[in-house]
Design a protein around this ligand. Structure first.
Ligand SMILES: Cc1ncc(C[n+]2csc(CCOP(=O)(O)OP(=O)(O)O)c2C)c(N)n1
Length: 363
């Protein structure tokens, strides 16, 4: 059992890949290799998006390289296709591991027809109802209260589903964050709040974001456990998320987890990070690459695949991307009519008139 409110982040694997404490591994070799492949997949897709952006196929992108242990660890600690998810815009590693089809994600970035929201939102605002993934909203922290509401509904309906809500550390400074966490906790709702603390909110370092020692300790204010985890350690993230998810599922109320990680890339394609942080700092975190750490662990366990096998996997993931890109593009692009659809369930008179005007003007 992991303790809440530790002073140091909970860790299972050290940087050299060895176990930092004795623990029983409840994952098979196959599952460990699957986690490894999920991390590679997230990394490759993230890097592949950069040329897509430069080609002008999409207009914006927010990278998550460096955050794979956190995002893939979360996906492996919850019940996929069962629990409900309120992610945020940097969660591609999480949602793809939860099962969102790759072409659906790419389609959202391109604004093509196979996007659930038909290109109405800017890139990285994905959703996937089939995998219980709610649509991302730009406004930081605006999904915290809806997540609390989902969890309260789950409690009243007596399901054994839980709600998992993720966000950056910047979001924890929003009033909505406090309102939502308090509401979930006061209702003893099965909500698991997970902070992906990548230490920057655009240019603002976490040291200037809060005077609290860490984010996890904010759980004290709401009477919920707050777990502080090494977000570069995929096994630690997965184990703590699993323990907290099952505790929440058992009707104990809500919980908070902070995964301490680092954003290697810029905040977004509209950001120049050299303006606010040093190359040395980024390099020092590059050396703490979660993928490398996990590979060192697999090596020590004697199950790391041969380099050629890993290289071949990289190749197959790139091929998977190209196929999904084609599928997303082939779904075509929406026409102007979709601007009027879904504002309400039925189109009111004034919007019908506007639509007629647009049609006549051939805008
Ligand atoms: C309510 C609100 N205020 C400001 C913004 C502009 N904004 C977009 S991302 C961002 C930083 C968020 O940082 P964090 O929550 O730590 O997540 P990260 O991007 O680091 O993953 C801000 C301030 C916004 N989207 N919504």
């Amino acid at each position: 059992m992991f303790e809440a409110f530790t002073n140091q982040p909970i860790r299972l694997i050290g940087e050299d890949g060895s176990r930092t404490q004795p623990f029983e591994l409840d994952l098979s070799a196959d599952e460990l290799l699957h986690i490894h492949r999920d991390m590679i997949r997230a990394r490759v897709f993230d890097e592949r998006l950069i040329p897509i952006l430069r080609q002008g196929k999409t207009s914006f992108y927010a990278q998550s390289t460096g955050m794979e242990a956190t995002q893939i660890g979360i996906a492996w600690g919850v019940r996929r296709d069962h629990d409900w998810f309120w992610p945020y815009y940097r969660d591609q590693g999480l949602v793809l591991t939860l099962g969102m089809p790759l072409d659906r994600w790419i389609s959202q970035l391109l604004g093509s027809n196979s996007d659930v929201c038909k290109g109405r939102q800017m890139p990285q605002h994905f959703s996937d109802p089939e995998h219980h993934i709610a649509t991302v909203c730009s406004a930081i922290g605006s999904h915290i209260a809806p997540a609390a509401g989902t969890a309260i509904a789950q409690k009243y309906l007596g399901t054994d589903e839980i709600t998992v809500c993720t966000f950056g550390e910047g979001a924890t400074s929003e009033g909505d964050w406090h309102a939502g966490v308090n509401m979930a906790s006061a209702n003893k709702a099965p909500c698991l709040f997970i902070c992906e603390n990548n230490q920057y909110a655009i240019s603002l370092n976490v040291k200037d974001q809060t005077n609290s020692k860490n984010i996890a300790m904010k759980g004290h204010a709401y009477g919920i456990p707050g777990f502080y985890v090494d977000g570069q350690d995929v096994l630690a993230v997965r184990a703590v998320v699993k323990q907290a998810a099952e505790w929440v599922r058992a009707g104990n109320g809500s919980a908070l987890i902070e995964c301490l990680t680092y954003r290697i890339g810029t905040h977004s394609s509209s950001d120049d990070d050299s303006r606010y942080r040093s190359k040395d700092e980024v390099e020092s975190w590059r050396r703490q690459d979660p993928l490398v750490r996990f590979e060192r662990f697999l090596e020590k366990e004697g199950i790391l695949p041969a380099r050629e096998e890993i290289e071949a996997y990289y190749g197959s993931v790139l091929a998977e991307f190209e196929e999904a890109l084609k599928k997303a593009e082939d779904s075509g692009y929406p026409t102007w009519e979709i601007l009027f659809d879904d504002v309400y369930s039925d189109l009111p008179d004034h919007l019908q008139q506007q639509a007629m005007y647009v049609r006549e003007e051939n805008v």
